[in-house]
Design a binder for this molecule. Sequence first.
Ligand SMILES: Cc1cc2nc3c(=O)[nH]c(=O)nc-3n(C[C@H](O)[C@H](O)[C@H](O)COP(=O)(O)OP(=O)(O)OC[C@H]3O[C@@H](n4cnc5c(N)ncnc54)[C@H](O)[C@@H]3O)c2cc1C
Length: 452
Amino acid sequence: MASDTGPRTNQAGLPSANPTSSYWLREPNTLLLGHRSTPDLPEEADIVIIGSGITGAFAARSLLQDYSCNKKVVMLEAREACGGATGRVMEATASLSSMAPTQPITLSGGVHAFMSTPLFQTAVAQIDSLTKTHPFLASQLEVILPTNPSKLARLRAPNCHGAIIQKTAASLWPYKLIAHILTSLLPNPNFNLQTNTPVLSLSPSPSSPGKHQILTPRGTLTTPKVLLATNGYTSHLLPSFSDLIVPVRGQISAIVPPSPVQTLTHSYLFAADPEKGQHAPRDDYLVQRPVLTPDSGGEMIYGGGRRLALRLGLGQYNDDELELKVAHYLRSNLSPPLDLGGKDEELPATYEWTGVMGYSRDSNAWVGEVPSHRGIWVCAGYTGHGMPSAALSARAVAAQMLGLPESGQGHARLPEEFKITEERINRARQGAKLEDCGGWEGAYFSGPADGE
Ligand SMILES: Cc1cc2nc3c(=O)[nH]c(=O)nc-3n(C[C@H](O)[C@H](O)[C@H](O)COP(=O)(O)OP(=O)(O)OC[C@H]3O[C@@H](n4cnc5c(N)ncnc54)[C@H](O)[C@@H]3O)c2cc1C
């Protein structure tokens, strides 16, 4: 390990060998399946990226395409390419459109439907303050009060206590975007992708001072620079981060809509204050796949129900199993609140799967070289919201690894809050442990994270 050894509380394990089947991985890119750019693992590399999700892919793209570095870059992935959280989620936001203009992006609106009054009032108050601080952002939102039931009914959320429309939201298929990026890098002789190659440990090289030795079941690789693009699994290789980035398991289902299939014009988020006996809010999200015929397509990709999961999913790094209670909830609790024009009944699911997020102790991502671990960079810990921030964080960390200045054309300005310093680490450690407060959901609503 990187000079700190021994298991810690909440330390992640390796990505599980037989993960649940994600709807988003059902059309794998044939160029990437089982890909190994060289039959054997290289023994040396200038830069090693561990992880091939959105973070690893955008870091590799930035190094080799945006910054045209002439370095040997090896990417190691425990599973098939993009087999982690990025291959298990459904959406991305407009920040990606500037990074991959060749990819089709569907633009639509999003409805945040509030199923309880206090949370709706909190959200409205926040929009009021946003109007003063960031008027452009506030202008993208429309508040629908409960006194406007016909509008709520038109939004298919007749039972909610108020809604906020996000006028512009983008959605795409993240796996396909990442597959496009990785396949466009494959012809580059400086890029070497090795799938199905878990990294077992990271330690100082005994023979090359200042370098790192990366141990895999297929051999050992030595490099001066490593990027951990491993999100929820980061602490497996960097145990001292066990209390800073904690794995949290989430769950999603592909629900078959009632026939005839109706087209939704928005994506949805259903939110509510915690119910009696619970310590986390409702936080469920939905996008619909294209409707093909009145009887086919239009699957409802519905995720959430985490307040019913054991310990809110905290500390769970295995995505090879489902929480049955959550699966039942997702099949049974979409309509209502969503008006699907039919009977409110349990709906079948074609796919049900889990995935692992990385929750950060201070809620912000950790991006940069790890103090006291020279040559090891981390870009992880997005607290379940990596889609809008991972791509540009990866671009920023790539610039750091090449020693490029922070500002300049084409560079991403990293928020101060994301930078890794000793001072930030110490400050974060003064706050509650994630397992004690239950992540941002538990901290916001207070109370221990003991699930049900
Ligand atoms: C159920 C669910 C719902 C989500 N919903 C949203 C959402 O609505 N909005 C949003 O913004 N974000 C959401 N997220 C979070 C988002 O998916 C992540 O923030 C993002 O995908 C992180 O990307 P990443 O590349 O950093 O990590 P990942 O995509 O997890 O990639 C890390 C990769 O590293 C590999 N790896 C790990 N350890 C090792 C090792 N030791 N050796 C080799 N390889 C290793 C893994 O196999 C994996 O492929 C959700 C996540 C889940 C699971």
